[in-house]
Design a protein around this ligand. Structure first.
Ligand code: GRG
Length: 296
């Protein structure tokens, strides 16, 4: 397997290659889509997809369109999340948010464009393998996994609960629902899709799903912690937003100490479920450790 930086370099080298050609009469759409995709980001989701595919012995070049599709979906969600109607943020990835540069109308369309491009790219890949039914089925499963975890029972459902959840009515169950769907689903999708593309068996799929769920929920809990304690310059976005917006996250429901303890418990649980893969899974256990101490 390659290192995180090597997978990320591959992603960055092809960052906008899969965005379909756009007529110049709608040129600003491409400019706006590219702006947010290129503006920065850890590339965690596409790296996870490539690494999972590699881990299960698949061809990462065939997984690349799916990795980029996922980054496009993630980027659309950030553009829409920053809109005045949602979090109303002017800073993302350390740079002005899409709507502050291009206006709300184009920001909405750029988000729509990125989401639709992902569906177009992935269905195009499925069709490409029409003469190899078994491979085509792997690709179709991966595309379905990504679209459903980004969808109404996944990220969009989680975001809806978050948008509607008020400080006074926050319960541990509501916070858990938001963490699992708004955030963990989009970190579980790349792991499962990468494995599906490689034709991994059910045992590997189940264990890695559990790993991805745990690092996904841990990722959001740390995001909640950083919203209270983090450094806005390092994170590249404004902090204290949840409180300002009257939102209650893991930290305000359970307290800071419990949040840190749960972050550590989930990280250990993620690593223990993949321990039986031995050193083959070193990439994933090292990543879980790095994510536990990330500062942005
Ligand atoms: C608008 C349907 C819709 C969903 C929005 C992304 C999202 C759902 C909400 C953003 C709120 C937020 C900050 C959630 C925390 C988890 C998260 C998605 C953080 C951003 O992901 P990173 O840290 O970002 O991987 P980079 O910029 O590094 O790619």
């Amino acid at each position: 397997m390659r290192s995180f930086d090597e997978y990320r370099e591959l992603v960055n080298a092809h960052l906008t290659d899969y965005i379909p050609a756009i007529d110049e009469k709608a040129g600003v759409l491409r400019e706006s889509m590219e702006y947010s995709v290129k503006v920065g980001g850890k590339r965690l989701r596409p790296v996870l997809l490539l690494a999972a595919c590699d881990f299960a012995g698949g061809d990462i070049m065939k997984a690349l369109p799916y990795a980029l599709s996922l980054e496009y979906i993630h980027t659309y969600s950030l553009i829409h999340d920053d809109l005045p109607a949602m979090d109303n943020d002017d800073l993302r990835r350390g740079k002005p948010t899409n709507h502050t540069v291009f206006g709300e109308d184009i920001a909405i369309l750029a988000g729509d464009g990125l989401l639709n491009s992902a569906a177009e790219i992935m269905t195009g890949e499925v069709i490409r393998y029409h003469e190899e039914p078994e491979i085509m089925l792997r690709h179709a499963r991966a595309a379905h996994e990504i679209m459903s975890r980004a969808g109404v029972r996944g990220m969009i459902g989680g975001q809806t609960a978050d948008v509607k959840g008020e400080y006074e009515e926050a319960t541990p169950e509501l916070v858990e629902f938001i963490e699992e769907h708004k955030t963990a689903d989009l970190l579980t999708a790349p792991v499962r899709a990468g494995l599906m593309l490689a034709g991994a068996d059910e045992d590997m799929l189940n264990k890695m799903t559990s790993y991805a769920h745990d690092i996904g929920v841990a990722f959001q809990i740390l995001d909640d912690i950083l919203d209270f304690e983090g450094d806005a310059v390092l994170i590249g976005k404004n902090v204290g937003k949840d409180k300002d917006l009257g939102k209650c996250n893991y930290v305000c429901v359970h307290g800071s100490e419990a949040a840190h303890a749960e972050l550590h418990r989930l990280t250990s649980s993620a690593k223990s479920v993949i321990a039986e893969f031995g050193s083959d899974a070193d990439f994933f256990s090292a990543l879980a450790d790095q994510l536990e101490v990330r500062k942005y």
